[in-house]
Write a protein that binds this ligand. Structure first.
Ligand SMILES: [Zn+2]
Length: 257
């Protein structure tokens, strides 16, 4: 169910035992061939697919389109929350949810730049509520919930890039009219360089066109397979949240319903 459809007494009645999902995405450049809303559209589609089978068992907060995209700001159309503002905003929203009685909270992410601040927001919240033993505070990025290359043998990439084979395929699947011709595009490496060190970077350091990965191999059929794999993986993760016994550290300890 959608948070925005509920009255406050309905929220109050459900908060203690129902997982709440806060989808976090972005508006940022996605190369020459995809719209800046790509991450938000893909995460919205994923939620559309999982909210039906989860009917009544989880509450979905509205998708947050503003993410941490400072690294893409050299490319027009990118709108970014500064990293510290973004961290504080997520922390404040987690506080709000806990104030309302929610105990099972997940930030469901659809944008790479949200990964570090999102994990940090969850980590800091745990420290703020360290006296509580009844909280399940999670951060997860949807493409980490499945290994689609194992079931979809024609995928060239075995990782998520940016405006890449995976994202382009999924956009071709849901909004083909918004995807431009990709056959002439060339692969841009996703390597960070200087590994295993982490090198500070802007997108301009790593890509001229804006994409990273191999969008020229995208097809809408691959997009459908990717959505199915990710939806299945995210749904499974939410079922683990539902089944959580309220105190165990490891979901494997949870009794199967
Ligand atoms: Zn993206």
């Amino acid at each position: 169910m959608q948070l925005v459809d509920l009255s406050w007494p309905e929220v109050a009645a459900r908060a203690a035992h129902t997982p709440i999902i806060l989808p976090i995405a972005a508006i940022e450049q996605h190369g020459h061939h995809l719209p800046v809303s790509t991450d938000s559209m893909l995460l919205a589609e994923l939620i559309r697919r999982i909210s039906k089978p989860l009917h009544g068992q989880a509450i979905f907060a509205p998708l947050m389109w503003l993410g941490n995209s400072d690294h893409h700001i050299d490319f027009p159309g990118t709108l970014s929350a500064r990293p510290r503002h973004y961290l504080d905003m997520l922390g404040g929203l987690i506080d709000d949810m806990i104030t309302h009685g929610f105990r099972r909270i997940v930030l469901l992410n659809g944008h790479g730049g949200n990964d570090i601040p999102g994990r940090q927001a969850i980590f800091e919240a745990r420290q703020r509520y360290r006296h509580r033993s009844d909280l399940l505070l999670l951060f997860v990025t949807y493409w980490d919930c499945a290994r689609p290359w194992e079931t979809c043998g024609d995928l060239v990439q075995h990782f998520m890039g940016h405006a890449c084979e995976w994202e382009t395929s999924m956009m071709q699947c849901i909004v083909p009219d918004l995807v431009k011709e990709v056959r002439e595009l060339e692969t841009v490496s996703v390597e960070y360089g200087f590994a295993p060190s982490y090198r500070g970077w802007t997108s301009k350091d790593r890509t001229i066109p804006g994409h990273m990965g191999s969008p020229q191999y995208a097809t809408p059929e691959k997009g459908e397979k990717l959505f199915s794999a990710f939806a299945e993986g995210v749904e499974k993760m939410i079922h683990q949240m539902i089944a959580w016994d309220g105190h165990s550290w490891n979901p494997d300890n949870v009794q199967k319903n």
